[in-house]
Write a protein that binds this ligand. Sequence first.
Ligand code: BG6
Length: 476
Amino acid sequence: IQVDDFDLVIFGATGDLARRKILPALFRRHAAGQFPPDARIIGAARSPLDDAAFRKDVAAAIAEFDPPRAQSPELPGFLERLSYIAIDAGGDAGWPDLAARMRKGVVQAFYLSVAPSLFGDIARRLADHSVAGADARIVAEKPFGRDLDTARALNRTLVRHFAEAQIYRIDHYLGKETVQNLMAVRFANMLFEPLWNALYIDHVQITVAETVGVAGRGAYYDHAGAMRDMVQNHLMQLVCLIAMEPPWHFDPDAVRDEKLKVIRALEPVAPADVVRGQYAAGAAPSYAQDVDNPHSRTESFVALKLRIANWRWQGVPFYLRTGKRLLERSSEIAVVFREPPHSIFDDSAGHKANQLVIRLQPNEGINLKVMIKEPGPGGMRLVEVPLDMSFAEALGPEGADMPDAYERLITDVIRGNQTLFMRGDEVEAAWAWIDPIIASWENGSARPEPYQPGSSGPDEALALMHRDGRRWREIR
Ligand code: BG6
């Protein structure tokens, strides 16, 4: 279905995220016929480019980051939608020109793909120069602050010029198909929800493992670390979707109200329940070499145990881990059920607890592990088998060619649907929970545990579960 006619301005249009994700995602939606003929995309950045040079750069970005589409017959039509304006976020050059270019009576969206330190300047100039109409939408990229105070300040800056209903804070994990599927699985089936509580669930484990290091992003990453870069936003959102109560409706505020309640119910984390790691040198350089800071105490890996203080989750630990330079790129959520209360089979029959594994990437799918009898005449031996639903197999080509998260999120902005975006209070609540953990690291003198590249992280992360008599699933 086509979206309404729009003018989308991308600040930071020549930057890495725009070239890698935003512009290729827009091209895919264009090629899918979702944009009306007059919809326009205006690149804005500091470099003095003209339209032709910008279009050339976008074509190059698509060739680099979406090579199969580089020769697409749709590309020239997409490039025609693009224009460019040189603008100075901190000065007044370019703003009147931008105001003159914006059409009235169409959706206006302003995508801030720039350093958060520029959010305030841009928001103010959009208002001062009357660039943005009363219903314009502002899209804010992460990082949304580096602690509670900075996040609050950013929120205050944005709401000075725009209403909350106009602000779209991106967490691209919410745009991933399987992440949205979490809500479908939980709330469109009768099968899982009755078991979705402390009576039947032993624990939940969430792994977001990456093989890449931080080379090239050291300047940002060394001031952030895995806790700020991944846990505060992406993993926290996954926890919310697993743990939240059913919203009364699939509606932006109903969903976000329920997520907020989860974050508010998080117990403070004891220092012993958090493990920090930093990758050592292997075939590739170490973390410290990648960020060019031999004394860095920034973590490239975190594992932690959290608890949610409410009726549903009383006593059910959630184990989270994420890191760079691990052995596979693999993200999944495993809901591990309790053992049956009484086993009628011999211990030797080989019983295992049921698990519902939701694979986010790669090979998106859902896998329910159940026990059955091992075939054969040898008595009652149990064996675990998967009820496996790979989206690629179950849904055919559409399952195999899932849209990128940004495709979904940008079209939601144009449609005016905030369900998959973070509200200001959610972001602040997440920082309020994270801040004391980071403060305890900064106040201490301990260093992150070194781990081998290509491993599953430091041994201490394994111990975090072992001492509770549990174990992580293998990363694969
Ligand atoms: C980003 C982080 O938000 O998410 C990166 O800044 C990380 O450090 C990335 O690599 C992971 O996203 P994805 O979609 O590849 O899992």
